[in-house]
Ligand binder design. Structure first.
Ligand code: GRF
Length: 214
């Protein structure tokens, strides 16, 4: 009998190119042992939901706008996530703060992609183009992307994979963002999911990630 695939729920807020990278790698067979079983967006207009629909993946919108309090929204989000019975939750351009209850319910089973080499340009306020604006302002020669487990500290969980990308003369935040997506994010996110699906990601006694050999 073949092994059950890792059930992946992807949380999104916007364009969903990282979601697309996962969909494409599953479709071309290079990401085996994993299936995206649900996509959840906090934003009804997110193009990521259209991408999910096109790939015949159930998509859901849980928006803070539909709830009276943040607590109610958090509870509804967690209920929906539970309903999708995920083995792994992937934050792929998810702009909402993940409630502590969810982090507690899925220890080391939530991963995030961040468009910089953590700990640089990470933490509070570093999202979207702001990350790349800050990198250019500082004049770094390399930036990149990081896939990490989600813990209660923002962008502080154990690092799974990182990939460096060169910053070039004349880069704008938009140009750098695109290069980092193409050369790093769209590669290391599917790779991290694949490693997890293959049972090759463990943590050592210091809480650091160890990639186990094949
Ligand atoms: C990416 O840069 C990702 O690293 C960050 O948000 C952006 C999302 O892009 N967390 P997309 O929605 O996957 O196109």
């Amino acid at each position: 009998m073949s092994k059950a695939k890792l059930r992946v729920t992807v949380l999104v807020s916007g364009g969903g190119t990282n979601l697309q990278a996962l969909i494409d790698r599953i479709a071309d067979g290079s990401l085996q042992n994993a299936a995206i079983t649900a996509v959840i967006s906090n934003n009804a207009d997110a193009y990521a939901l259209t991408r999910a629909e096109k790939a015949h993946i159930p998509g859901f919108c849980i928006s803070p706008k539909d709830f009276g309090t943040r607590q109610e929204f958090n509870e509804a989000l967690l209920r929906k996530v539970h309903e999708t019975r995920p083995d792994l939750i992937v934050l792929a351009g998810c702009l909402i703060r993940i409630p502590d209850e969810m982090i507690g319910a899925y220890p080391n089973r939530i991963i995030n992609i961040h468009p910089a080499l953590i700990p640089s340009f990470s933490g509070k306020g570093f999202y979207g183009l702001r990350v790349h604006e800050a990198a250019l302002q500082r004049g770094v020669r390399v930036s990149g992307a990081t896939v990490h487990f989600v813990s209660s500290g923002l962008d502080e969980g154990p690092i799974i994979l990182q990939k460096a990308v060169q910053v070039l003369e004349g880069d704008t935040p938009e140009i750098l963002q695109r290069r980092i997506m193409e050369q790093a994010e769209w590669q290391i996110l599917p790779e991290a999911v694949s490693l997890i699906a293959d049972g090759r990601v463990a943590c050592d006694e210091n809480g650091r990630v160890v990639i186990l050999p094949e």
